[in-house]
Design a protein around this ligand. Structure first.
Ligand code: CA
Length: 527
């Protein structure tokens, strides 16, 4: 408390009348760094001028990693600054966020910030720590989405990304201007099933996208955990993904625009009816059109919010951070989706702009993580730190200073299994060069070692290569050290519930269905 008062006092003295900086967090869902032009994917998939502008005026983090590559869990990690096993939100299947635990928005609120979250929340319980919240129930819908505004059900007509842009600007306009703000503007896009806005259908003029080198990965020499997946463009891509099924809840006008684009192209597909590799190639092209159109809409809305900051003289005193809850596979290893410790799903975009503090146009390649966000936000706001967090503030890195004891390795653990996508739980450690991974289901007990220097595509395991014996030994020691540091036991006891391969524990009894038990209250989330 004293530290906080002193910090506030110091701030008031040094900054004169200036407020602590505002924080604008623009967060996407399943946004692959490969789809942002500043990240320089060799396929040059899309131009994203507004996200690139942020990088030009700020710092691009090139190795920001997640700790559990899936939507809800990473959101819980951001709220708490603690790993999934400590915050209790392991997976999207049966986890519910315990909002009684400490979170960074609660601290910011107590420190005088006005706080808001708009868009995708996905933590199953109502947001806590926000003066204003307006969120999708569950995953949300692309077209004409229902939302829950401070506990009240509301409905909007239009496209979700534009609606989040509109609502973000509206809140910025109506906020209490005597206080600094922290707004989480959280997009649903470009989450599956990548449903583009009508205005961007055909934006790429039927461009033929370059394929990733590992589109037809054979998984040879790899663990069964890697080959026995259910997230392949070849085997898992469904009718909705391929846009042979129209999204729900569209208006007649939206349907008309949708059909005008997809019907002739679908007819062409049906005339050829590709199979095997040709089918994968066709699906990859459709996937890229749809996914990238969704990203383009996000980029346009990033531009709208940045323009608002400029026009309202807010840019100078607002820290803008753009990120995503994880990365995403854009055909690498033959996949869509995320979950893996492999680079495309592990690494997430992270760009920060902070005028006067971050040197414009800089990059940072240290091992950073969304685990660090809670501490970073509090540090930016000069609010008191939270006890027991597992991450640390990125502010020194933003200032261009790397603390001597900055992490050289990061611990990772993915839990959700077997559905959806049959990605086996795995934990591991990541360094600048290596990843050591352990798959540990009853049917698979395999280790893999990746060497990104020798094999940047991550298509081989070096675990049994005698030349790597010492590396394996050292990294196993590192896993043990990190599990001890963060207090994780493997497999974690709470994780056994709802994950059938581990279901050797008695299930909790069903809640009695008394009067009103089945009735959903406003704000009840549906998956
Ligand atoms: Ca996600």
């Amino acid at each position: 408390m004293i530290r906080h008062l002193l910090a506030t006092l110091a701030l008031a003295i040094t900054a004169g009348a200036a407020q602590p900086p505002n924080i604008l967090f623009i967060f996407c869902d399943d946004l692959a760094y490969q789809a942002i032009s500043t990240y320089g994917d060799k396929r040059k998939l899309l131009e994203t001028p507004n996200m690139d502008r942020l990088a030009k005026e700020g710092m691009r983090f090139d190795r920001c990693l997640v700790t559990n590559s899936i939507c809800g869990p990473m959101r819980a990690v951001i709220q708490t600054g603690r790993y999934s096993h400590a915050n209790g939100f392991y997976n999207n299947s049966n986890s519910r966020f315990d909002s009684s635990q400490p979170t960074f928005p609660k601290v910011l609120q107590k420190s005088g910030y006005q706080t808001a979250i708009i868009g995708k929340w996905h933590l199953m319980t109502d947001p806590v720590g926000f003066d204003y919240w307006n969120v999708f129930p569950g995953q949300g819908a692309y077209y004409n989405p229902p939302m829950i505004e401070n506990g009240r059900q509301v409905k909007y007509e239009g496209y979700c990304t534009d609606i989040i842009g509109d609502l973000s600007l509206k809140w910025l306009d109506q906020r209490d201007k005597t206080k600094p703000f922290m707004m989480m503007s959280q997009h649903k896009a470009p989450h599956r099933s990548w449903e583009p806005p009508a205005r961007l259908l055909g934006f790429d003029n039927d461009r033929v996208y370059e394929e990733p080198e590992s589109l037809f990965d054979s998984y040879s020499g790899r663990s069964k955990a890697v080959s026995d997946h259910d997230m392949g463009i070849d085997r898992t891509f469904n009718e909705r993904d391929a846009k042979f099924v129209m999204p729900d809840r569209m208006t007649d006008e939206q349907k008309k625009a949708w059909n005008a684009y997809y019907e002739p192209r679908n007819a062409k597909y049906n005339a050829v009816a590709p199979t095997g590799r040709d089918l994968v190639k066709w699906r990859y092209q459709r996937y890229m059109h749809d996914y990238l159109a969704c990203v383009k809409a996000v980029d346009e809305n990033v531009g709208r919010v940045l323009d608002y900051l400029d026009k309202n003289d807010l840019a100078k005193n607002t820290v803008v951070i753009l990120s995503s809850d994880q990365g995403f596979h854009l055909g690498e290893h033959g996949w869509f989706d995320k979950r893996w410790i492999f680079e495309e799903s592990l690494r997430t975009p992270f760009i920060a702009r902070w005028p006067g503090v971050i040197q414009p146009g800089t990059t940072n390649s240290q091992l950073t993580s969304l685990l660090d966000l809670a501490s970073t936000f509090l540090d930016i706001a000069q609010a008191p730190p939270m006890e027991g967090v597992h991450g640390r503030s990125l502010v020194p890195l933003m200032k261009g200073e790397t603390p001597a004891d900055w992490r050289k390795s990061l611990y990772y653990h993915y839990y959700e299994f077997p559905v959806p996508h049959r990605v086996r739980p795995h934990y591991g450690v990541i360094t600048d060069r290596y990843k050591l991974i352990h798959y540990y289901t009853p049917d698979v007990d395999d280790w893999e070692l990746l060497d990104r220097q020798e094999d940047p595509q991550e298509m081989r395991s070096f675990y049994n290569d005698p030349g790597y014996t010492d590396t394996v030994k050292e990294l196993k020691g590192e896993i043990t050290r990190l599990q001890k540091q963060f207090g994780e036991t493997v497999p974690p006891p709470r994780f056994t519930h709802g994950n059938k391969a581990f279901d050797n524990e008695p299930q909790p009894p069903e809640q009695p269905k008394g009067k009103g038990a089945g009735k959903k209250k406003a704000g009840a989330k549906k998956q």
